[in-house]
Design a protein around this ligand. Structure first.
Ligand SMILES: [Ca+2]
Length: 367
């Protein structure tokens, strides 16, 4: 694979979500096309590199500017994102390297407008390697198919491996038996108008702001702003609450983020409600994938658990070697009810947060 070094970055947009994500649309020019290209049975191929400043890059949308011709009513196209392959997963090999499929999405060619326009294809988020290719298979013939717009000559990209290629392979079987049968990239410096919409994180499963969980029915001691994060392989932060009389807990909120192999992790933490003697009233799973690689609030649903008088919420993050759930703490005040322990017992303060000042960012909602 030949890799584009220069990218034109048009979008640097902050999402209005608790986890502020940056978004970058990768492309080589987005002016209306003055010409179109049609590789016929070959595919539209374009290479990108992910933004340097990001640790992780995810993608869930590709756009391309195209026009259809002929009768496409019975034809599906497919979008494939390729990345560099490990040996055992190699799909095909070209002079530029080995390739494997990162994701694949089928679309209706008939949706491509005859007079030209942007097509948007969304798909389940994929985590991108530093270098990847976006490829569109249209299976076009003389009678029907699509053409994709070409950028104006882009001298910035020329000489920096920003050329596009086309690949003479039409399906997995062909790819497995076709090696080195690459076609070619243009001998000018045009590029396909194929864009990859990338971001440095995913939006949280549920966008929860501090304001959402600060009103009537919520109890908490933190100020809503994290001053640090901790994790633990065993035991964890506890907060002592007083229900007054008897109340019903239906949700607990925890502020956190994931470090390490966070993307699509299936790891689990545990969240307890304990009575005044630290005995378990209720135990629920806290899914790591309620969180992302940026801080956000994650929720734990309880099945209407009755609590009376003093009780405790305990989160055991169960940090793993490859991925850790980091829990936020507020240390700009005075410790009101924050402790460290496990089910059955309060332990010594075995964590780096300052004991006198820390309030764990754990909030309870009463039904
Ligand atoms: Ca604070």
């Amino acid at each position: 694979m030949r890799f584009a070094v220069a990218m034109i970055i048009v979008g640097l947009l902050a999402w209005a979500a608790p986890a502020a994500a940056d978004e970058v649309i990768l492309h080589y020019g987005d002016n209306p096309p003055t010409e179109y290209g049609n590789p016929g049975e070959y595919a539209f191929w374009i290479d990108y590199t992910t933004p340097d400043e990001w640790i992780d890059t995810v993608c869930s949308e590709v756009r391309f500017f195209a026009r259809g011709y002929g009768d496409n009513s019975k034809t599906l196209g497919s979008l494939v994102l390729y990345g560099p392959a490990e040996d055992e997963t190699t799909l095909f090999e070209t002079e530029e390297g080995r390739h494997q499929i990162l994701t694949r999405k089928v679309f209706d060619l008939k949706d491509v407008p005859a007079d030209g326009g942007w097509m948007t294809i969304g798909f389940d988020p994929v985590k991108l390697p530093a270098e990847f290719a976006v490829v569109i298979y249209s299976y076009s013939t003389e009678d029907r198919g699509i053409e994709i717009g070409l950028t104006e000559p882009n001298t910035d990209a020329k000489g920096k491996s920003g050329y596009f290629y086309i690949e003479k392979v039409r399906n997995v079987e062909a790819r497995e038996t076709t090696t080195g049968d690459r076609a070619l990239f243009f001998d000018n410096d045009h590029h396909w108008m194929i864009q990859a919409v990338t971001a440095n994180t995913l939006p949280p499963v549920e966008a929860i702001s501090v304001a959402d969980i600060s009103g009537a029915g919520y109890v908490y001691y933190d100020d809503g702003e994290a001053d640090g994060f901790i994790t633990s392989q065993r035991h964890g932060p506890m907060v002592k609450f007083d229900a007054g009389g008897t109340r019903t807990v239906d949700r607990v909120y925890v502020y956190g983020q994931l470090d390490g192999a966070w993307f699509q992790t299936e790891k689990l933490a545990t969240a307890y409600l304990l009575d005044e003697d630290y005995r378990i009233i209720s135990r629920e799973v806290l899914r790591y994938d309620r969180f992302v690689n940026e801080p956000c609030w994650g929720a734990i649903d309880y099945k209407d658990v009755r609590v009376t008088g003093e009780y405790y919420v305990l989160i055991e993050p169960l940090a793993k070697l490859d991925v850790e759930l980091m829990l936020g703490f507020d240390s700009s005040g005075e410790n009101i009810g924050s402790l460290w322990g496990t089910a059955g017992a309060i332990g010594s303060w075995d964590t780096t947060a300052p004991e006198e000042l820390t309030n764990w960012m754990i909030r309870v909602h009463y039904k």
